[in-house]
Write a new protein. Structure first.
Length: 81
C-alpha cells in the first residue's frame, strides 16, 4: 500500500515566491517518492514511512530557513500500488 500526500507550500513576505517553491520541489524530487507537480500543489506517493519522514524533513528544513510560510498537507486514501 502506498500513501499519497498533497503538499501546498506558500512562502509569505517574499519577493521571490516562485524560486522558493521551485527549491522545495527540487528537494522533494531527491526522495524515494513519486512526484506529481500541479499548478497549486505537489502530490507525492510512496511508502508510508517515507512520505511521513519527508513531510517532517520538509517542515524542519523550512523552519531553518527562518522565513514565514504556510504548509498545507492533505493525505489522500492509500493506494494499492
Amino acid at each position: 500500500m502506498k500513501t499519497v500526500a498533497q503538499l501546498t507550500y506558500i512562502p509569505l513576505y517574499t519577493d521571490h515566491p516562485k524560486e522558493k517553491v521551485q527549491d522545495l520541489i527540487e528537494f522533494v524530487a531527491q526522495h524515494d517518492v513519486e512526484v506529481d507537480i500541479n499548478y497549486l500543489s505537489t502530490s507525492v506517493k510512496g511508502d508510508t514511512d517515507v512520505v511521513f519522514d519527508l513531510i517532517r524533513e520538509i517542515y524542519d528544513t523550512m523552519i531553518l530557513e527562518d522565513d514565514a510560510f504556510r504548509f498545507h498537507v492533505e493525505l489522500l486514501s492509500p493506494t494499492e500500488d
